[in-house]
Design a binder for this molecule. Structure first.
Ligand code: GLC
Ligand code: CA
Length: 557
């Protein structure tokens, strides 16, 4: 079939089900909770939902460790609930993209139970087993590290060999060299497509092909081995095969989570002619990471950030962009990119900056009301396995560094984005009737959906307006991209142009005043202001002094 590429006009909302809405008072979000909010999503103007994993899972990594790909996690509900949710979305014109986590499974998946039971079990080759080094064979086969800290190999007593896990030890990596594994993955995709799913977000998909020499990685104090498995030797072949066996048979969107995909190899990974992924989440603009999750945040540098976005905007239309700032793996945009005291201005400024680019925008749950990071959480209040592993490792090997751990977690832990959704100012933020699985952010009486809906100037209505504007807008959909003032360290100015009409976006990323000079070629044009994050004060569409985090869009010729 030929793809309609519906996603190029979509606005996607990510739901992290555990933290979205609890319908049955056990403190854990669930599918019936999502069902109760479908009208809310429709009002916001989103046209697609990406649902983080809801499959059976022992929750070592909140559902990113799957023990049955064809069933729903007990805490979230049943397959019938899921069907009702999917139908409810489709009735409202909302598509559903599910998470596909197939670099690894849970160690409680039946395949792994079989695989670890003996060396000649038919499932042995579903995973990656190697003999250890040293006399007793108990030294890991190589120096590769888990992205969640420590060795990527776990010794298993039953057969006296190690298995590979690039994430938690309860997330053993599948062996994609085995054609049976690849067939299983295609079958899983087809199973959900037949049930009406519209696409997949492929978790850590660039890790699936491992260099079979299993040689040591270059020394790196944080993560070792990347060069042997990030876009590994058979990556393109495996993805193309899956596309052929499954994805291309339905009208889908396949978006890959793409460590290692940069502007240099993006074309080969996403161009339509490749028949691989439709689009990716690049990590290039994420300031929290050099190499995935375990490092200290880099300082924000607007010039660099503009360069990155601008280079992705220059890709041809057959390579589609995903536009995102938040998700369940990153802290909130406030205070990452702007000061707390200007919260709503920063939220709206970022909404403007990102949503007028070419590509498909994502809103992560709570972003539409400007939810923020926790201000001060103690190391023991975190719940995420990555935060806890870091805390425990440092406590064990070098306790004096604990204040740094506390500082780092407060800045970049994944927990910040996983706090329960803030629906209203009642106890537990209207998320649940009992104490939730992780603490509410104490600012929920101030920041919540109920309050946002009562205030026409809220971040929520700003997103609604943008979402409605985007749909069917040809300049946003097809326009060329051009940057002005690329050297400026405080403001981002860009233009989108299509058939003689233009949008010009001006966004200040500083809490100080910044000077915007109207680009010479636009100076004598008629300009119409169409969006602005400040409503008060004077406004002149020539050169002007921008207020803290001020941003606007004007239309011109
Ligand atoms: C992805 C997910 C993250 C998870 C990891 C391992 O990066 O987004 O939440 O921990 O993969 O599955
Ligand atoms: Ca529940």
């Amino acid at each position: 079939m030929s793809k309609s590429r519906w996603y190029k006009d979509a606005v996607i909302y990510q739901i992290y089900p555990r933290s979205f809405c609890d319908s049955n008072g056990d403190g854990i979000g669930d599918i019936r909770g999502i069902i109760s909010k479908l009208d809310y999503l429709k009002d916001l103007g989103v046209t697609c939902v990406w649902l983080s994993p809801c499959y059976k899972s022992p929750n070592a990594d909140n559902g990113y460790d799957i023990s049955d790909y064809r069933d729903i996690m007990d805490e979230f509900g049943t397959l019938d609930d899921w069907q009702e949710m999917a139908d409810g979305m489709h009735e409202r014109g909302i598509k559903l993209v599910m998470d596909l986590v197939v670099n690894h499974t849970s160690d409680e998946h039946e395949w792994f139970k079989q695989s670890r039971s003996s060396k000649d079990n038919p499932y042995r080759d579903y995973y990656i087993w190697r003999k250890g080094k040293g006399k007793d064979g108990k030294t890991p086969p190589n120096n590769w590290t888990s992205r969640f800290t420590g060795s990527a190999w776990e010794y298993d007593e039953t057969t006296g060999e190690f298995y590979l896990h690039l994430f938690h030890k309860k997330q053993p990596d599948l062996n994609w060299e085995n054609p049976k594994v690849r067939q299983e993955v295609a079958d899983i995709c087809n199973y959900w497509f037949e049930k009406g799913v519209d696409g997949f977000r492929c978790d850590v998909i660039t890790y699936i092909s491992k260099d079979q020499s299993f040689a040591d990685g270059k020394f790196n104090p944080v993560v070792c081995g990347d060069e042997h498995f990030v876009i590994g030797p058979r990556y393109h072949e495996f993805i193309h095969e899956l596309n052929e066996k499954s994805w291309s048979k339905y009208d889908t969107m396949i978006v890959g989570e793409a460590q290692g995909i940069t502007i240099n190899n993006a074309f080969d990974c996403v161009d339509e002619s490749r028949e691989e992924l439709d689009c990716v989440f690049t990590f290039e603009h994420q300031t929290e990471v050099d190499s995935f999750m375990t490092t200290i945040p880099k300082p924000f540098n607007l010039k660099k950030w503009k360069e990155i976005f601008s280079s992705w905007q220059a890709l041809p239309d057959t390579c589609w962009n995903s536009l995102y700032l938040e998700n369940h793996d990153y802290p909130r945009v406030v205070p990452r990119y702007g000061k707390m005291e200007y919260r709503e201005y920063v939220d709206k400024m970022l909404a403007i900056s990102i949503n007028f680019l070419k590509g498909t925008p994502y809103i992560y749950q709570g972003q539409e009301i400007g939810m923020t990071n926790f201000e001060d959480l103690e190391p023991d209040e975190y719940r995420d396995v990555v935060s806890l592993q870091l805390r425990d490792t440092v406590k064990k090997i070098f306790p004096p560094a604990m204040p740094i751990v506390k500082w780092g977690l407060n800045k970049k832990a994944r927990d910040h984005a996983r706090a329960p959704m803030q629906w209203d100012d009642s106890e537990y933020a209207g998320f649940s009737t009992v104490e939730p699985w992780m603490p509410n952010n104490p600012n929920y009486p101030e920041i919540n959906v109920k309050k946002a809906l009562e205030d026409k100037n809220s971040v929520w209505y700003f997103y609604q307006k943008i979402n409605r504007m985007r749909i069917g807008d040809e300049i946003i959909r097809y326009g060329t991209y051009k940057q002005y003032m690329p050297e400026n360290k405080d403001i981002w100015v860009y233009e989108r142009a299509y058939k003689g009409k233009k949008y010009v976006v001006v966004a200040s990323y500083t809490d100080k005043e910044a000077v915007f000079t109207m680009p010479r070629e636009l100076r004598y044009n008629k300009c119409k202001l169409i969006l602005h994050n400040y409503n008060d004060g004077e406004f002149m569409l020539t050169s002007c002094r921008l207020k803290p985090y001020e941003a606007f869009v004007f239309e011109t010729e």
